[in-house]
Design a binder for this molecule. Structure first.
Ligand SMILES: [Zn+2]
Length: 196
């Protein structure tokens, strides 16, 4: 059993990730391949939204199937556009044109709140304990996906959940992410804790 501070709703829940994965009949598609899984945990973006932000997260969970299952459950009240497994598998659950429930209470470097309105969220399967390493397959899948999204949407920033979470210090994800690997995209990046 893994006890985690469960995502956006701010309650501490105990989630049995192995059991969730077992219950969920799901085959990971493999590196850089995308599988679609439906969830009801999303809404419409405001009509004038410009999708200009990518938010990176760690899942605070050990496996892809259990995490995706959790994002399908109404009680979680969370979801994400994309979730990347340790093997580089990509699961999409919410259309980029819809609003996933990933950022929670948030604001960005431009002072805009409700980051979910204008962002695409990428969850990276990782325990988030500072010891669990991201795999090379996983980092490559994140980078390929980010590169594709930058070509499709007017992305002006890539941010950590930690940076945008309110109040400051509410989140620390994605912990130890190698941001320097994303510098080649020449998009401003905001990570660490926001000052002031
Ligand atoms: Zn997060």
């Amino acid at each position: 059993m893994w006890a985690i501070a469960a995502f956006a709703i701010g309650k501490t829940m105990t989630i049995d990730w192995a059991k969730l994965e077992q219950e969920f009949q799901f085959t990971a598609p493999g590196k850089n391949k995308l599988a679609w899984v439906d969830t009801k945990n999303y809404g419409k973006r405001p009509e004038d939204s410009v999708i200009d932000t990518i938010v990176l997260h760690h899942t605070a969970s050990p496996n892809l199937g259990g995490t995706v299952k959790w994002f399908t459950m109404e009680e979680s009240q969370v979801s994400c556009h994309f979730t990347i497994g340790k093997d580089g598998s990509i699961v999409q659950m919410v259309s980029c044109y819809d609003r996933a429930w990933q950022a929670g209470r948030s604001s960005d470097a431009y002072g805009r709140s409700n980051v979910n309105d204008f962002s695409i969220g990428i969850e990276i399967v990782n325990m988030g304990d500072g010891k669990d390493p991201y795999t090379e397959d996983q980092l490559e899948a994140v980078e390929n996906l980010v590169g594709s999204l930058i070509k499709r949407f007017p992305i002006k920033q890539i941010v950590s959940h930690e940076f945008i979470a309110e109040p400051a210090g509410r989140k620390n994800d994605p912990i130890n992410y190698p941001w320097e690997r994303l510098e080649r995209f020449h998009v401003p990046m905001y990570f660490g804790q926001k000052k002031g």
